[in-house]
Ligand binder design. Structure first.
Ligand SMILES: [Zn+2]
Length: 86
């Protein structure tokens, strides 16, 4: 699988660290059930998903990737903005 880093170009997936799904965090005051669902429960879609990847062996950037889980096609990649990846 190849990932296109916006700064370095197309690279092998092994240069990257996979963090997980790019999901918006619940609000600070949300219930434990909402936080539980956010931390532990995931859908497993066959199709486009948003994910965080870190270019660990490259430029050190966090990248938000839109990837098709059925074909592994990279649909989009953009640099994370400050604090967005947390
Ligand atoms: Zn890079």
């Amino acid at each position: 699988m190849r990932i296109t880093c916006p700064l370095c170009g197309e690279r092998d997936r092994r240069e990257f660290y996979y963090r997980g799904a790019a999901l918006a965090a619940p609000a600070e005051g949300d219930s434990p059930e909402v936080w539980h669902a956010h931390v532990h429960l995931r859908d497993n879609p066959a199709g486009p998903v948003e994910e965080w990847w870190y270019h660990q062996q490259g430029c050190g950037s966090w990248i938000r990737v839109r990837r098709d889980t059925a074909s592994h096609e990279m649909l989009a990649a953009q640099l994370a903005t400050s604090g967005e990846e947390g």
